[in-house]
Design a protein around this ligand. Structure first.
Ligand code: ARG
Length: 577
């Protein structure tokens, strides 16, 4: 990576001019906004000026003097710009060498072994049993899947878990209602199970409202199940069964990577008492006057973390503590990530802090990769008549709408049905991933499905255009530019190549704070450059063999770059669309 090479040589140069015993201050190496400032620019002289108590321009001069030997190796040009930036342009010779690597092993392009030996647990797409997957589950699935793909590409051992919500007093409500309404009738014969669950929930909640004593009865049903009551257990197991089938089916529809674990919250029942014991023993937790067991985090402004409620029931928080302990023991993770919406941020702060107190590893290793909300202008994405829109309905709509757009743009496309699936899903995912995960997004089909602007279809279409050019460049791939002779790239070709070769740096940046939008936004800028390039630089009609050969390689490498980068976002790139 050019950026890290530049960083390294700047650091070495700085160490030569800084007084003995002083540390080189933090500095950046970035891609400047304007081309005039080269391919990369650093503010190191500005940072050093304070330490050396010399004007930044002078410090930049001193640094550049130290860089002259490197200059011959890597860059054509090192320039100083006011108020003290150092700008670098990479020699084309080095760009060519990297380009060849991209073309030689296209599938490897973008990958690294940076994360070798490190395990990262990523938890996302946490469905709850006996509830239909709905549109609110989309963001976690899409963001989590992109993070897992990026981690794997950098050599991390990425382990995914859905932490299925299969435990808690809400099942008491379902058990009570089921027995009341359908008592004895085999559940498989009731029709769509999710319709049944929905109906049972709604009706039981109405009954509870009229007769609050039913809440106690619901609690008792759950408690009975906890004690192992065979009838309740059997009903619950059936709910788990149909829900897990639905989860798998949804994951396939969303084209998510396979999960390594679907460890339900119920799996932690047994170890929870031991954790409570440990917490009491170490005086981390205390019993309150009403019998609850809590960890007092008030001094840290995190309130009280409740492990056991006053009625003796275990909490969601306690199950999360058990989960960390389990994951640490099984995977000895380097990081443990939770892709969960922003509303649970306080919960996770408590979890990580208590986990740390208990010695399970917590703050610093575990991270809440939080995200904001996706709504539609009509509000239709959140709720309609109290029920959330199902995930299936949204995916159907994506497919239908994409099909219409494709039919209009390219009526003769052969496999339009299949392409529409890829484009519709891609549009949905890309819309999500192109926004910073923490921001709330307003989803509009017209925006997401547009073939122009920062959208999935625009990027996919750019890729398809490149593929079409390549199909037309006479069957054989022709000699590569090494054989054909050395090209002299013009400014735009140089810029495109530098931008293309930045992919690994962008993935590194996207993994720093787990922000897939870093990669999406790079893709958008890159696709724009690609469009500018092929509109202004004929490939097919270029008479000069050397130029033709070089441009063909640029087109091929650009297509590879888009395909691989989209792949890291969990989006396919059709050959034609
Ligand atoms: N099932 C939970 C809910 O519906 C989300 C789970 C989040 N993950 C966790 N480890 N607590 O709110």
């Amino acid at each position: 990576m050019f950026r890290s090479e530049i960083r390294k040589m700047l650091l070495e140069a700085a160490e030569k001019i800084i007084p003995e015993g002083e540390a080189v201050p933090g500095f950046s190496v970035e891609v400047p906004e304007s081309l005039e400032h080269g391919d990369y620019a650093s503010n190191i002289a500005l940072a050093l000026a304070k330490v050396l108590k010399k004007p930044p321009m002078e410090v930049a001069g001193l640094l550049v003097e130290q860089l002259t030997t490197y200059d011959q190796q890597l860059t054509t040009k090192i320039e100083i710009a006011t108020p003290g930036f150092i700008n670098f342009s990479i020699k084309d010779k080095f760009l060519f060498r990297e380009l060849e690597n991209v073309l030689k092993v296209p599938d490897e392009w973008g990958k690294s072994d940076e994360g070798n030996g490190k395990t990262v647990v990523v938890e996302y797409f946490q469905l709850n049993i006996a509830k239909r997957p709905h549109v609110g589950h989309l963001r976690s699935a899409v963001i989590g899947d992109a993070i897992k793909r990026m981690l794997l590409s950098q050599g991390y051992n990425a382990v995914s878990d859905t932490h299925v919500g299969d435990w808690g007093t809400q099942f008491g409500i379902l058990l009570l209602a089921y027995k009341e309404v359908y008592g004895g009738k085999p559940m498989g014969e009731l029709g769509d199970p999710f319709d049944v669950f929905e109906k049972l929930y709604i009706e039981e909640n109405e009954r509870i409202e009229k007769d609050p004593s039913r809440r106690e009865r619901a609690k008792e049903e759950f408690a009975k199940m906890e004690r192992g009551d065979p009838e309740n257990r059997e009903i619950w197991e059936w709910m788990v069964d149909v829900s897990m089938k639905k989860l798998e089916e949804s994951a396939v529809r969303l084209n998510l990577l396979p999960f390594d674990e679907h460890r339900g919250e119920s799996a932690y029942e047994e170890v929870m008492p031991k954790i409570v014991e440990l917490a009491l023993e170490k005086s981390i937790a205390k019993k309150t006057t009403d019998g609850a067991i809590v960890v007092d985090l008030i001094a840290e402004k995190l309130d009280e973390a409740v492990l056991i409620k006053s009625d003796g029931a275990s909490t969601y928080l306690l199950r999360d503590l058990a989960t960390i302990q389990y994951r640490k023991g099984k995977y000895d993770f380097f990081r443990n990530l939770y892709v969960v919406d922003i509303r649970q941020s306080h919960h996770f702060k408590q979890v990580f802090r208590v986990a740390e107190l208990l010695g399970f590893g917590g703050v610093g290793e575990s991270e809440h990769v939080e995200f904001g909300f996706m709504t539609s202008p009509e509000g239709a994405f959140s709720t309609r008549k109290g029920t959330a829109i199902s995930l299936d309905a949204v995916l159907d709509e994506a497919h239908g709408k994409a099909f219409a757009v494709i039919k209009e743009k390219n009526p003769n496309l052969g496999n339009a049905e299949k392409v529409a699936g890829v484009v519709g899903l891609g549009a949905l995912k890309y819309f999500d991933l192109s926004h910073h995960r923490k921001s709330d997004v307003v989803f509009r089909w017209e925006d997401a499905l547009s073939f122009e602007g920062n959208t999935g279809p625009y990027i996919q279409y750019t890729h398809a255009r490149l593929k079409s050019i390549l199909r037309k460049v006479d069957g054989s791939l022709g000699p590569d530019f090494e054989v054909a002779g050395k090209p002299e790239p013009d400014e735009l070709e140089h810029e495109l190549l530098v931008s293309l070769l930045r992919l690994p740096e962008v993935i590194e940046d996207a993994l720093k704070d787990f922000t897939p939008n870093t990669l999406a936004n790079y893709l958008f800028l890159f696709a724009q450059r690609v469009n500018e390039f092929y509109h202004s630089h004929p490939v097919l009609k270029e008479p000069d063999q050397i130029k033709l050969s070089f441009r063909k390689d640029l087109v091929r490498a650009s297509a590879i770059t888009i395909k691989n980068a989209l792949g890291l976002l969990g989006i396919d790139a059709p050959e034609e669309m």
